[in-house]
Design a protein around this ligand. Structure first.
Ligand SMILES: *[C@@H]1O[C@H](CO)[C@@H](O)[C@H](O)[C@H]1NC(C)=O
Ligand SMILES: *[C@@H]1O[C@H](CO)[C@@H](O)[C@H](O)[C@H]1NC(C)=O
Ligand SMILES: *[C@@H]1O[C@H](CO)[C@@H](O)[C@H](O)[C@H]1NC(C)=O
Ligand SMILES: *[C@@H]1O[C@H](CO)[C@@H](O)[C@H](O)[C@H]1NC(C)=O
Ligand SMILES: *[C@@H]1O[C@H](CO)[C@@H](O)[C@H](O)[C@H]1NC(C)=O
Ligand SMILES: *[C@@H]1O[C@H](CO)[C@@H](O)[C@H](O)[C@H]1NC(C)=O
Ligand SMILES: *[C@@H]1O[C@H](CO)[C@@H](O)[C@H](O)[C@H]1NC(C)=O
Ligand SMILES: *[C@@H]1O[C@H](CO)[C@@H](O)[C@H](O)[C@H]1NC(C)=O
Ligand SMILES: *[C@@H]1O[C@H](CO)[C@@H](O)[C@H](O)[C@H]1NC(C)=O
Ligand SMILES: *[C@@H]1O[C@H](CO)[C@@H](O)[C@H](O)[C@H]1NC(C)=O
Length: 847
């Protein structure tokens, strides 16, 4: 008897005698006897679950027993789930026993239980085949045989039971084909899970007739399923062939899992139609060729797994459309070339980027540094050579970097010890020289440098030879440099002396002339544009081309000669006080900075117009989505009119913009040799490009704070009063003339609050009743937040997981912490970037 069958019933089951006929309702003696025979067959009852089962009491009050209300003397349910029962099952009963330690095969006697409704035998260690007699259970609504070791085919008749709503045999070793008429036989099926077995062949088209299907976990002619299907998994089977193009009908899919099959051929272009996809798992198949450009249509995509295929060529440029991409895994493919330039376009990937084992060659490109929020970068097992680029130090959020098994040479750059890495693998390269001792390099388990024969130093645990002061340098300084270095040194000294001399002369000369003659020195690096060029480009500075007007000038949209380049031309109103200063300030600032979220300056133009008056203009890359100001508040301006258009920025777009701006500030404040204060952060100075990436512009009030700052016009508070814009200017600017990075943080805080509440800091009720947006929001924290957030966001996060709503609280708290009264109490901008990136990650976590 020890190998006797087991039935597990999670909820309701009918009790039967062991003959084929159900017990008559008038007889309740049988129930009692059946239950007692069940108890007698149990060897071990560690939790005393059966202690209450004694004859002196009405069995309807025994633990786990439920009697029916119609004929209350009969048992309708026995639930003994997770009680740790050990023994065999009495043939007199059918029961709730999931996850107990019972094992063996499914006894054919189960077939006698003709009115059985639920049969749940998940995770019971069952072996052998599913008995043929199960086909007699014509009332079964749920069958769950998941996670056993069942083998063989599913008895064909089982598919004929039309009452199933849930049919799940996931994670067994079942084989065979899926019958062609499956969809007809399971008309009520809501959940069909055949995943993680060894089924083969084609998925029957008839599944399209199973119109109530909500979850299907298997594979292949899948295109005729309901367009409401949101989750489809056919992972871990042996499905072969190519993906049918009618997959494009499943437009409701948000998660598609086809991992670990034998699918081949190109990845279907039809994926471009699945615009709601958030997670796409195509890994571990035999997909070949290029990725289809249509993937660029999937703008909601968060995670895409393509590893372990045979994909070659480069990634399509269109992937840059996937602005919500968090994970891109292309590892174990056949990319061969150098790191695809197109990756540059995918600078929005935050979190995880895997190009390991892809046969890449060439240098590690600098442009990877533009993926500023990357946390996980794996490039191991390729043929990359050259040095580790210094620019990677811009990846401030990087936690895991694996460059092992390449041909990288040169020294280990010191910045690696400044990043907050938890794993750094540099092993099996040709790196040379001294291993740093700080940061991640202090932790033996977090760093691997094995297999680099010319390394020295580092912590003792690494067991590397000590660096003699000569050999560490000699080893990686090529001979040519030995000659060049003294020469360069001499030149530098000469040059410095002449610059000093020049500066001395220039300063004296400037004192006697107009201060504005200190010409920005980078003309010529850019497009050379004359007054006539700009006149033509902007259609004669026509009204129609006017796209903005600021304190110091007007901005026109223009098209340059080639007809391709759209530009924004800011023409300074030189008669306005401060306009010339702002021109110089902007030129001088933009000369020393470079960041993907800065408004790119294409050219400057200083000349005279046709009347002979001075003409100064700045030419920028044109930003097609206009200013953040416009994006946030355009609905207000149109409320009176017919058009009720609202700002349609999603939560994620707002978070991305907030992170973009914060990264620029972090870069300006700490990323260059000198600290740069923007001085006038506000929504109208934030411009949005095609893909809603934010670019900070208008450096007319910027100030470079460093030893060279005396070369620039100083911020003369006493003569010109407070600069900046009311509402965004920190309180301390009213009391002193000292601008500071903390002042920018204040402006940023207000801007952040404005972005998520869509309330202007200058709105009357905000100013009068709350003395500012920061106080207005602060008074709503933490409980009344949902009352003040932008209604558009509210509609997005309402009904969502609490975690998503908490994200809103966190964002507003950051805004408040940035706009504290006292500069010293304000949050550091680095911390802001980190926190916002974390919030974004949390918000995007797959549910
Ligand atoms: C029978 O079960 C009742 C209810 O749990 C219990 O109080 C009583 O002690 C049990 N009697 C015996 C003989 O086990
Ligand atoms: C069995 O049913 C009879 C009436 O048909 C009832 O009196 C008796 O209490 C029931 N016994 C149990 C154990 O429920
Ligand atoms: C399933 O039902 C179909 C039609 O109702 C019948 O032709 C077929 O023989 C049945 N299969 C089994 C194994 O009972
Ligand atoms: C689908 O099957 C896989 C294993 O094959 C399992 O991990 C996953 O949880 C299943 N999904 C659902 C919704 O049951
Ligand atoms: C699937 O749908 C297409 C039209 O979208 C139709 O032509 C085809 O016959 C359908 N296939 C099945 C098996 O229903
Ligand atoms: C199955 O679906 C197809 C198209 O969706 C339809 O033409 C056909 O009549 C359906 N068959 C049954 C048996 O319902
Ligand atoms: C992109 O999605 C739209 C909307 O679903 C669709 O009309 C278009 O054909 C898709 N483009 C591609 C290339 O798949
Ligand atoms: C990228 O997105 C733009 C609109 O955002 C769309 O017009 C374009 O077709 C997309 N590209 C691809 C390849 O899907
Ligand atoms: C580092 O990389 C090497 C080679 O790829 C690998 O064998 C080793 O396990 C890695 N070490 C760690 C700590 O990941
Ligand atoms: C060292 O690194 C390992 C792996 O990243 C980590 O688990 C451990 O906490 C680190 N130890 C210290 C002292 O930082």
């Amino acid at each position: 008897m020890a190998n006797h069958g087991i039935i597990i019933l999670c909820a309701i089951l009918w009790l039967f005698d062991s003959a084929n006929t159900p017990v008559k309702c008038s007889n309740n003696k049988t129930d009692s006897l059946a239950l007692l025979s069940f108890k007698a067959a149990i060897d071990d009852d560690p939790r005393g679950a059966l202690n209450s089962w004694n004859e002196s009491v009405d069995f309807c009050s025994w633990k786990g027993i439920l009697c029916g209300s119609r004929h209350h003397t009969r048992v309708v349910s026995i639930n003994m789930m997770s009680q740790g029962l050990v023994g065999y099952l009495s043939p007199h009963i059918a029961l709730g026993l999931s996850k107990n330690k019972l094992s063996g095969t499914i006894s054919p006697f189960v077939g006698n239980l003709k009115r059985l409704v639920l049969l749940s035998l998940a995770n019971c260690g069952l072996q052998g085949e599913i008995p043929q007699v199960l086909v007699h259970l014509q009332s079964l609504e749920l069958i769950n045989l998941d996670e056993n070791s069942l083998t063989g085919a599913i008895p064909p008749g089982l598919y004929n039971i039309s009452t199933f709503s849930i049919f799940s045999v996931r994670s067994n070793q079942l084989r065979g084909t899926i019958p062609r008429d499956l969809g007809f036989s399971f008309p009520k099926s809501r959940h069909l899970d055949l995943g993680d077995n060894q089924f083969s062949g084609v998925l029957p088209a008839s599944l399209s007739n199973a119109s109530m299907l909500e979850i299907i976990n298997l594979s292949d002619s899948i295109g005729n399923l309901s367009s409401d299907l949101s989750y489809l998994s056919v992972g871990r089977n042996e499905v072969h062939g190519s993906i049918p193009s009618d997959i494009e009908n499943l437009v409701g899919l948000t998660r598609l899992i086809i991992s670990d099959n034998n699918l081949e051929g190109p990845i279907s272009f039809a994926f471009g139609k699945l615009t709601r996809l958030q997670e796409l798992y195509l890994d571990t198949n035999r997909f070949a060729n290029l990725l289809p450009s249509s993937l660029g249509n999937l703008s909601l995509l968060n995670h895409i797994y393509l590893q372990k295929n045979n994909i070659h060529g480069s990634t399509p440029q269109s992937l840059s459309n996937c602005t919500n991409l968090l994970t891109l895994d292309l590892s174990h493919n056949n990319l061969i070339d150098s790191i695809p330039q197109e990756i540059l376009m995918i600078s929005t990937i935050s979190i995880s980027f895997n190009l390991a084992y892809t046969h890449l060659q060439g240098f590690i490109p600098n442009f990877l540094s533009s993926c500023a929020s990357l946390q996980w970068l794996h490039l191991e097992a390729n043929s990359l050579d050259g040095e580790i680029p210094r620019q990677l130090n811009e990846l401030r959020g990087l936690q895991d970097l694996d460059l092992s098994r390449n041909k990288l040479s040169g020294p280990i750059p010191r910045f690696l010890s400044e990043l907050l890495l938890v794993n750094l693998n540099l092993s099996f390269n040709r790196l040379q020289g001294e291993v740093p001792m700080l940061g991640v390099f202090q932790n033996r388990t977090a760093v691997s440098v094995d297999g680099n024969n010319e390394l020295c130093g580092g912590i003792a645990d690494l067991k590397l030879p000590p660096c003699s002061s000569q050999n560490s340098k000699k080893k990686y300084v090529p001979t040519v440099l030995k000659v060049l270095i003294p020469m360069v040194a001499a030149l530098v000294i000469c040059f410095t002396l002449s610059v000093y001399f020049c500066l001395f002369v220039c300063r004296r000369r400037r004192r006697s002339r107009d201060t504005l003659s200190s010409m920005p020195s980078f003309e010529g690096q850019f497009l050379r544009l004359s007054y006539a060029d700009l006149l033509k480009a902007t259609n004669g500075f026509s009204e129609a081309n006017l796209i903005g007007a600021g304190r110091h000038g007007s901005v026109y949209k223009g098209i340059l000669d080639d007809g391709q380049t759209l530009v924004a031309v800011k023409v300074l109103s030189l008669h306005v006080k401060g306009a010339s200063k702002s021109f110089i300030s902007e030129c001088n600032t933009l000369r020393v900075v470079r960041h993907r979220n800065l408004l790119k300056l294409l050219s400057i133009c200083q000349s005279t117009d046709f009347q002979g008056s001075d003409f100064k203009a700045l030419v920028y890359k044109y930003m097609s989505n206009g200013s953040l100001e416009k994006c946030l508040h355009q609905n207000r301006q149109q409320q009176g009119g017919q058009d009720e258009k609202t700002s349609n920025l999603t939560m994620i777009q707002r978070l991305n913009i907030a992170i973009d701006i914060a990264s620029v500030l972090e870069y300006l404040h700490c990323g260059t040799d000198s600290s740069i204060v923007h001085g006038d952060l506000k929504p109208s100075n934030i411009l949005l490009d095609d893909d809603m990436t934010a670019h900070v512009g208008d450096f007319g009030l910027a100030k470079v704070m460093s030893s060279i700052s005396s070369e620039f016009p100083t911020h003369d508070g006493s003569s010109t009063g407070i600069k900046g814009t009311i509402g965004y200017v920190p309180p301390e600017y009213g009391m002193s003339t000292i601008v500071s990075p903390q002042g920018d943080v204040y402006g940023y805080g207000i801007l952040l609050l404005e972005m998520f509440t869509n309330v202007r800091t200058t709105d009357d009720y905000v100013l009068k009743e709350h003395t500012g947006l920061n106080n207005y929001v602060n008074s709503a924290l933490p409980n009344a937040v949902m009352e003040i957030v932008d209604p558009l966001i509210l509609s997005e996060i309402q009904g969502e997981r609490t975690m998503k709503r908490d994200c809103m609280n966190s964002v507003l708290s950051i805004g408040v912490a940035c706009s504290m009264e006292s500069p010293n109490d304000r949050m550091s901008i680095t911390n802001v970037v980190n926190q916002l990136c974390k919030i974004r990650t949390t918000y995007l976590l797959p549910s």
